[in-house]
Every structure is written in C-alpha cells, then in structure tokens.
Design a protein around this ligand. Sequence first.
Ligand code: G6P
Length: 354
Amino acid sequence: DAGKSGYDHYMLKEINEQPTAVRQCCGERVSELERTIDVDSLSALSVPERVQFVACGTSYHAALYGARLLRERGVPATAFLASEYDTATLPVDESTLVVGVTQSGETADTMGALRGANGAGATTLAVTNVVGSSAARTCDHVMYVRAGPEIGVAATKTFVSQQIALAMLACELTDEYDDDLVEALRDLPDKLQSILDSSSGREIAREYLEADAYFFIGRGYNAPVALEGALKMKEITYKHAEGFPAGELKHGPLALVTDRTPVFALVTAGSNPTKTIGNVKEVETRGGPVVAVTDGCDDVARYADHVLEVPETHSALAPVLGNVQLQLVSYWVANELGRSIDKPRNLAKSVTVE
Ligand code: G6P
C-alpha cells in the first residue's frame, strides 16, 4: 500500500483512492438491505446536550462540516480550532461530548484540547485514522475513519473519510437518517470515480498558473470546502489562496478581486445556490474569472468562465464531491510549478508541538 502504484506523487494516488476510502469508511456501518446507518462502537452514546469539535488544519474543516450536520438535526454543535479551545471560557461538563477530529491522532493542539475536555468531565470521542493513536487511547470512545495510510503531507483521502465518518456520527447520535442518505452514501464512490475519470482540473490549472491569488467561496455545507480548497492550494503550490463563506466576499475580499484572481465558486443544490450565484455575478462584474464547481443547479454556467461538474447527490454530500475537483486543480497547479507536492516546504504531516 505504501508504494506510489505508478502515480507521480502519493498525493495523486491518494486522491484517486477516495472511492475506496469511502467504501471502507461505510463498510458494515451502512446497511443497504435494512436501509440503516449504525456505528456499532458508538451505540453506548446518548444524545448529548451539546457537542464541541476540536481539530486543526484540514481536520478542522471536516469538524465545521460535522458541526453543521448535527445542528441541522437539532443538536447544538460548534467546531473549535484546537489551539483556541479553552474549557475555562466554555460550557463543558458531563453532558458535553467533545469530538477530536484528527487524522494522525497525535496533533499536540488537539491532544491538549482533548485532555482539557477530559479534565472538565466531558465525554470524549476521537475520530481518527490511526489505530491505537494517542487520541484513540486518550478518549472515552473512538471511531476510525478507515482511510488507510496517507503519506502525502496534504490531507486528501482522509478528509473525505472524515466527512463520511461525521455524517454517520450525526446519524448515530440522533438516530436520524433517511433512505436518500443511505442511497447517496452507496452511490458516492461511483460518483467520485466519475469525477476522477473526467475532471478538467488540469486544463484549468494551466489556464490560471500565473494567477496572483486564488479565492474559494461556498455557502452552508460548501463553506468548509471553500476553506479546504484554499488550504490545499497554499500547502502544495505556495501561492496565495483564501477561502470564505460566499456571503463574506462583499465584506472585504472583493477589494482584492481582479482579472488575475480566479474565484472558485461551489454552487450545488441545497447550499443556497441562488445567493452564491449573486456573489458570482459580483465577481464577474469586477472582471474576476469564475470557475464554478457545480451540479448544474440554477444554471450558474451562464456566469462562469469555466465549469467543473459534479454529479447530483444528497445535499449534505455535495461538498464531498466538490472538494475532489478542487484537490485536482491544486494538485495540477503544484505539478506545473514543479513543487515538492508530497513534502511541501516547512510543513509536517503530524505536528507534535503546540
Ligand atoms: C498538519 C498537517 C495537516 C493536518 C493537520 C492536522 O498541519 O500538515 O495536513 O490537517 O496537521 O492533523 P491531524 O493529524 O490532527 O488531522
């Protein structure tokens, strides 16, 4: 598993492993026959009064997504950057579930937050990729995301696995899921594969290689993916990139938009596409190139310079698909620029200092 299997980089291999990662993450947890989602290891957990997620980097973006899923099911949930989590300033007690989302299970900031939560009497849960990791051992409960080993410093397949794991966690905690979600999870690997087979991310990367900066926008479920799209671009290309919830564009970042700053807009059904198209038009009016990542809803193509298509799916899973298109664009920009993709300068896979 640790070889590159013919790919130039581990990162590209791992991007291509995402259909398998989703299948592994779901496994027996999703029963198509009984149309249920059931995470056995968490069956002892009851609905907590509140949920607090703690995480860093890419895992924090998954945590933002997980918190939204829970809020939508009526559970008060917030995502915190682990380095900013402070039990002295938060309501944390026995009725709080603190979820540490961490690929490695070793990140010092996340471990510090989890220890603080344990000390404050919260129930703790590790959502991690590494069996027997510090997070897995420190927390009361553990849910493995089962992505398999990830070698590239920039997280790719583990992000998709975290998203899927958190979608299942939200169902398990609230006992709330629908046939559509079960079906959508079943179909997701094939939809991911169709993006991998047909993406024009490489051509788009070439077109915008000389950009001054790259911006990423999305609303609702797509907002964390906008942040993740920018983080991936920064990590492996060393180019300036920023992501924000689409509504924030007009509160500052719009001042930076020129014909040399492509804006990647995630526009999918269920994540307020009409309003995001309003933001797309603001970019277009100012001469900024727009790349729409879309399932075709609301005909955003009319306002975009390029379209990266994603298949239709359950609204909560659309960001999983959109993210893959953004990963590919970043990968190809970094590739064209000859960057050290698997080991970007100054970065580490697992950061064990605070
Ligand atoms: C490092 C890595 C990132 C990762 C973050 C959190 O900064 O370079 O890719 O997202 O740590 O890591 P974790 O293992 O806790 O998910």
